[in-house]
Design a protein around this ligand. Structure first.
Ligand code: GDP
Ligand code: MN
Length: 397
């Protein structure tokens, strides 16, 4: 689960990290009052969307002006003007995709004088199963670009959970970033605060790009992007409350309400599968035969007819879906339940694209009978390969 920058900064502030003062607003009418609560003489007006690259982004609507989603202002009035230009308009960044994201909230912050911009991230390092630090002197830039062109400028290491964070970890970050004198001490303290926040709040990633050295020579968190482990939200109630559903893919949101493991993708073939492994194999084989999956979906072992119906509705609500492949290998999942769900869903939402169904396993004969007697226009497949070939053929001709 992701949160907004203003929420991430409030959280890090609670752990003692240095962040600027700021006020979040959702209405243009409140922007001036918000800005006047801050000292100036510089204000930063920042679009709050769950995507990075806001500074270099572009608004779709002309009324929002030519500037991006992070703007500097020299007066309260100018800050308010930027806020009202951005609110309600659509910001496109390299992370939003061409559709962009509507800006429903603005964070107005006390502006900082910047000496240097640095990069810092904490993440779960899967290769070592530890929390890792990643840092670079190339802050404020697209880190993927730095990794591709000058990988030697990215330094990373992980922390042994048996010892936890130690001051030498902080010094290692400080020296990698070229910090001097009192900044080293600040860095040791800040890294400890960030590590504690990361661990206590079950974060998956904490990215600070940029971490800055201010013109006064102090470290400050200027941007913050945080994502949390969704499986830990049951014990992080305060974090779960920060969820902003308007930022999420409506299909993924609907799926989460029905406890379906669904991830939206860009392709044209909707997939309904049981089991994560089989779902991945299904996506692979669709690609092998020359098409792209529109989603990952694991309906799970104990799916009910209702759940299958919802899953089918979510798949068909995607206008990019040009065909659907149902691939069920019934173990715990019964083929007749899947068949009932598919038939019920098609009766509710209709079927405008080709549907290939491959059923195998528990109660397969009953399942096939239900489909055959339903009068639906279904293409039957015998195995995974046959199913993938048939749906690709039906969609691509
Ligand atoms: P992003 O583009 O979504 O990553 O948003 P950031 O919060 O990282 O802001 C983008 C850029 O705006 C930063 O890299 C800075 O160069 C600049 N910026 C952000 N806040 C301030 C500030 O307080 N003062 C100054 N001078 N520049 C800022
Ligand atoms: Mn940034």
């Amino acid at each position: 689960m992701n949160i907004h920058e203003y929420q991430a900064k409030a959280l890090l502030r609670d752990f003692g990290a240095p962040v600027s003062d700021g006020v979040a607003v959702t209405k243009a009418a409140d922007a001036k009052t918000a800005a006047s609560q801050l000292d100036g003489p510089l204000w930063v007006v920042k679009a709050q969307i769950h995507a990075g690259g806001r500074g270099k982004g572009k608004f779709k609507e002309a009324e929002a002006g030519d500037a991006g989603g992070v703007r500097l202002a020299k007066s309260v009035q100018e800050a308010a003007d930027h806020a009202s230009q951005m609110l309600g308009n659509t910001l496109v960044t390299h992370q939003t995709g061409p559709a962009g994201k509507q800006v429903n909230r603005i964070y107005i912050e006390d502006g900082s004088g910047i000496e240097t911009e640095l990069y810092l991230a904490l993440l779960v390092d899967r290769s070592t199963s530890r929390i890792g630090f990643v840092c670079s002197t190339e802050g404020g830039m697209d880190i993927e670009e730095v990794a591709a062109s000058t990988p030697e400028k990215i330094i990373s290491f992980s922390v042994d959970p048996a010892t936890g964070y130690q001051p030498f970890h902080g010094r290692r970050v400080a020296f990698s970033l070229g910090l001097k004198g009192g900044q080293v001490k600040q860095c040791v303290k800040l890294m400890g605060q960030l590590y504690k926040a990361f661990e206590e709040k079950d974060m998956e990633m904490l990215e600070i790009n940029p971490l800055i050295v201010t013109d006064g020579g102090d470290l400050k968190v200027l941007d913050a992007k945080v994502s949390f482990d969704g499986n830990a939200l049951y014990r992080q109630k305060d974090i779960a409350e920060l969820r902003d559903e308007t930022e999420e893919d409506p299909k993924e949101l609907a799926a989460s309400k029905f406890d379906l493991n669904y991830i939206a993708l860009d392709g044209e073939i909707g997939c309904m599968v049981n089991g994560a492994g089989l779902a991945m194999a299904t996506m692979d084989i669709i690609k092998l035969y020359g098409a792209e999956p529109a989603n990952f979906l694991d309906v799970g072992g104990g799916a009910t007819e209702e759940k299958v119906t919802e899953a089918f509705k979510i798949i068909t609500s995607d206008p990019q879906v040009k065909g659907i492949l149902v691939n069920i290998f019934g173990g715990i999942m019964r083929c007749d339940v899947i068949a009932e769900g598919v038939v019920a869903a098609v009766k509710q939402v209709g079927l405008k694209v080709p549907l290939v169904v491959r059923l195998e396993g528990t109660n397969v004969e009953q399942g096939k009978k239900i489909i055959n007697e339903s009068g639906l226009d279904v293409i039957a497949a015998d195995d995974l390969k046959d199913g993938a070939q048939k749906i690709v053929k039906a969609v691509k001709g």
